[in-house]
Design a protein around this ligand. Structure first.
Ligand code: NAD
Ligand code: TYD
Length: 359
């Protein structure tokens, strides 16, 4: 079996759902169920004995020890993290606690477990750490895309905490021989993404008739990858990645934020037209994010050359699937858009002068 951490979050849930369609191997899913964790995303697995959910923290050493002893996983995939840049700006502490300290405790328990395995199981074991392209910092408009050799230069508390965890993972390989793999992926989009991130937030606000807040002038660039493609990349790295290596994962889809939001509005105009005008009439420009990284771009040649991985979706196909999914899953959206989420919107966007100026 495999142990997945953070499997009730956006990418972890997609990974488990995909895994179940392709494997018979059991997944133990350890998740703290923070605001971003949502078991409703895994509702289809409620009666599936191959999914064992454990409510807990990656920093809980006693819990980890007992899980590892009981289930004896052949691999651990670490998705668990605090993952939202804006939240890290408002309050970095949770990011240090989970992404840095939590990953350290996880590595320590995994090291102890791995040391107790026989030589064959030790050689077959993998610890796969799921990370981000944001650790590389920000690119200028004509800079070459990030490669695995690009020096780390994280700019936000989120990316700094992920960079720290990546370094610890690397060190556990070099120092203790733990068979680790790290993936550094660009911005994901798709089903089950919490609506604090750009794409689901815009979709939700479109449907609620609310403003679509664009930070700064909307010309910041991100590389966007459909979440199912990220999951297939992780499976490829787990299966055949070289131990101790890092793999960049990207979609070859650089877009400005304004392009992304206009694409969403155009698809919604077609699939669910408003009575009057376009959804893009709801766009407003708000105060920029402090330290806002200008551009991310991924060179994904290594994973293509070594493992033959490339994305199956283009931005155009993936984004259409995503919009359709959100339109068809309004009950999921309504369920996550309650309680704590409303507090976040109020705190974050009131600070940003939500109604500052319209497009
Ligand atoms: P998410 O915020 O949607 O989910 C994170 C999950 O981790 C949640 O279910 C949460 O409850 C759980 N969690 C948080 N702290 C925990 C703890 N201490 N112990 C156990 N569980 C805990 O994040 P996501 O978008 O699914 O991202 C998953 C991973 O992929 C993260 O490590 C993130 O850095 C990385 N990543 C994300 C993106 C992206 O675009 N979303 C891109 C590249 C890499
Ligand atoms: P986000 O989805 O938070 O991902 P990340 O910061 O990890 O790249 O944001 C994607 C881009 O969209 C980023 O440049 C910030 C911008 N953005 C907005 O313009 N408005 C918003 O309300 C949000 C949440 C993000």
């Amino acid at each position: 079996m495999i142990l997945v951490t953070g499997g009730a979050g956006f990418i972890g849930a997609n990974f488990i759902l995909d895994w179940m369609t392709q494997n018979n191997e059991t997944v133990v899913n350890l998740d703290k169920l923070t605001y971003a964790g949502n078991l409703a995303s895994l509702a289809s697995l409620e009666t599936d004995a191959r999914h064992i959910f454990v409510h807990g923290d990656i920093g809980d050493r006693a819990l980890l020890k007992s899980l590892l002893t009981k289930h004896r996983p052949r691999a651990i995939l670490n998705f668990a993290a605090e993952s939202h840049v804006d939240r890290s700006i408002h309050g970095p502490e949770d990011f240090i606690q989970t992404n840095v300290v939590g990953t350290f405790h996880l590595l320590e328990e995994v090291r102890s477990y791995w040391n107790g395995l026989n030589a064959t199981d030790q050689a077959d074991f993998r610890f796969l750490h799921v990370s981000t392209d944001e650790v590389y910092g920000s690119l200028g408009s004509s800079d070459p895309a990030f490669t695995e050799m690009t020096a780390y230069a994280p700019n936000s508390p989120y990316s700094a905490s992920k960079a720290a965890s990546d370094h610890m993972v690397r060190a556990y390989h070099h120092t203790y021989g733990l068979p680790v793999l790290t993936t550094n992926c660009s911005n994901n989009y798709g089903a089950y993404q919490f609506p604090e991130k750009l794409i689901p937030l815009v979709l939700m606000n479109c449907m609620a008739g609310k403003p679509l807040p664009i930070y700064g002038d909307g010309s910041n660039v991100r590389d966007w990858l459909f979440v199912g493609d990220h999951c297939s990349a992780i499976r490829a790295v787990l299966k055949a990645g070289r131990v101790g290596e890092t793999y960049n994962v990207g979609g070859n889809n650089e877009k400005t934020n304004l392009q992304v939001v206009h694409t969403l509005c155009d698809i919604l105009d077609e699939l669910q037209p408003k009575k009057h005008g376009s959804y893009s009439d709801q766009i407003i420009f708000v105060t920029d994010r402090p330290g806002h990284d200008r551009r991310y771009a991924i060179n994904a040649q290594k994973i293509l050359n070594e493992l033959g991985w490339k994305p199956a979706e283009t931005f155009e196909t993936g984004i259409r699937k995503t919009v359709t999914w959100y339109l068809q899953h309004q009950e999921w959206v309504a369920q996550v858009a309650s309680g704590e989420y409303r507090d976040w919107l109020k705190k974050h966007y009131t600070d940003k002068n939500y109604t500052e100026r319209t497009a």
